[in-house]
Ligand binder design. Structure first.
Ligand code: PLP
Length: 438
């Protein structure tokens, strides 16, 4: 165990330091479905949650547990649950406290997949998502009523890359008894949402946590800092007897274990029932990724900042979107308040020549991969208007920050001169072809 709060150290030393039976230093892949009980009393205690331990790998697994401990430590939370994808993490994080007839208040600046989950799939389940503009934190208060179970936002949402006002919205939530759930996928290490009042963090570990584009996964982390009992009327699922677990009251059941009512319920009921489980092999890959996470975030951030500078000076570029390039004073203040030690690997830019120039630029790239992903060690690019956002109307695209010539880059950790060289030749090529076409 380590008492450090530094991401570099935590990623290596938080959680189990070795395999208890073999002494293996690297976390083994526990490729097992079930676990032998010592005797019937042991089995009964585990199922009654009188003792914590392994029963069945849909619900827990030692490799996943090691990753969960590291992620909880990295974010400064008390417990975590590994799940099968970022989408699964978001769905479970909300469903854990929210059912038919309830609502959540959601920032409009979120990933399109999350928007769909909330606006369409959750609607079919009777959960209403009330979307509000994060530029005005008070909009969260206005949209809140007694059936509001959570606020939901992304810390550093793309494509706008406008830092979410975490402390401002968390403060309103705490006044009204509403927890803030933050998706910190784009800014692990550099942003610490629990320090600013968030109650729950979710991640798509698919992105920077894994870092190598090899596995899909998600994580829910409990900050242990929200008083669910104080707001018992708002959270019946945590404070009233749960018929699915022989009448357990989660806030009572966890008293000997610490402030983990939210997380334990998610594991014991939702993970049991929905089975959105991370595989041990994926957990192993995410642990490998975590070991270099802090180092990679520094490098991604440094390269992305250099790319933003380069693009800002380029004649074919109208506008650069990067946390360090906002001109709005409030956004500058938030960026400085919430991002420490780097601004992440994402950069957007707007090309002269709109949709056609954007497509030509993407087709001219030689080193950047053209993929719908972020957070890989490799540099990635996409033209959202013709791909990820093509199902939206132009007005909807504009509302999400996607203009026809907008390009999103997820800057990797290649040498900066090679990254700039590829961008340079692609911009030149897109511009020359445009001149020829004209
Ligand atoms: N959150 C953010 C910010 C994302 O960018 C994504 C995926 O792109 C997700 C969540 C969903 O993650 P996953 O693809 O692992 O389901």
């Amino acid at each position: 165990m380590t008492t450090s709060r530094n991401a570099e150290t935590l990623a290596l030393h938080a959680g189990p330091r070795m395999d208890p039976t073999t002494g293996a230093v690297a976390v083994p892949i526990y490729q097992t479905t079930a676990y032998q009980f010592r005797d019937t009393e042991h089995a009964a205690n585990l199922f009654a949650l009188k003792e914590l331990g392994n029963t069945y790998s849909r619900i827990m697994n030692p490799t996943c547990d090691a990753l969960e401990q590291k992620m909880a430590a990295l974010e400064g939370g008390v417990a975590a649950l590994a799940v099968s994808s970022g989408q699964a993490a978001t769905a479970m994080a909300v469903q854990n406290i929210c059912g038919a007839g309830d609502n959540i208040v959601v920032s409009t600046d979120i990933y399109g997949g999350t928007w769909n989950l909330f606006a369409n799939t959750f609607r079919t389940l009777g959960i209403e998502a009330r979307f509000v503009d994060p530029a005005n934190p008070e909009a969260f208060r206005k949209a809140t009523d007694k059936r509001t179970r959570a606020y939901y936002a992304e810390s550093l949402p793309n494509p706008k890359l406008a830092m979410f006002p975490i402390a401002e919205v968390a403060r309103i939530g705490r006044e009204l008894g509403v927890p803030l759930i933050v998706d910190n996928t784009a800014s692990p290490v550099i942003c610490q949402p629990f320090d600013h009042g968030a109650a729950i963090i979710v991640h798509s570990t698919t992105k920077y946590i894994g870092g190598h584009g090899t596995a899909i996964g998600g994580m829910i982390i409990d900050g242990g800092n929200f008083d669910w009992e104080k707001h018992a009327g708002r959270f019946p699922m945590l404070n009233q007897p749960d018929p699915s677990y022989h009448g357990a009251v989660w806030t009572e059941a966890v008293k000997p274990l610490g402030p983990i009512a939210y997380l334990l319920k998610a594991r014991a009921t939702l993970q049991r029932d929905l089975g959105m489980t991370m595989s041990a092999f994926s957990a192993f890959q995410f642990i490998q990724g975590m070991e270099t996470l802090a180092l990679r975030m520094r490098e991604h951030s440094r390269n992305a900042a250099d790319v933003a500078e380069y693009l800002a000076r380029h004649e074919s570029v109208i506008r650069v979107i990067h946390p360090g390039h906002h001109t709005d004073a409030e956004l500058k203040r938030r960026t400085a308040a919430y991002l420490k030690g780097g601004m992440g690997g994402l950069v957007g830019f707007e090309m002269k020549g709109g949709m056609e120039a954007g497509k030509r630029f993407i087709d001219s790239l030689k080193m950047f991969y053209h993929v719908a992903n972020i957070g890989d060690v490799r540099s990635l690019a996409i033209h959202p208007a013709s791909t990820t956002h093509s199902q939206l109307s132009e007005a909807e695209q504009l509302a999400t920050g996607v203009t026809p010539g907008y390009i999103r880059l997820s800057v990797g950790i290649e040498h900066i001169s090679d990254i700039i060289a590829d961008l340079d030749q692609a911009l030149a090529s897109a511009t020359v072809t445009r001149a020829k076409a004209a």
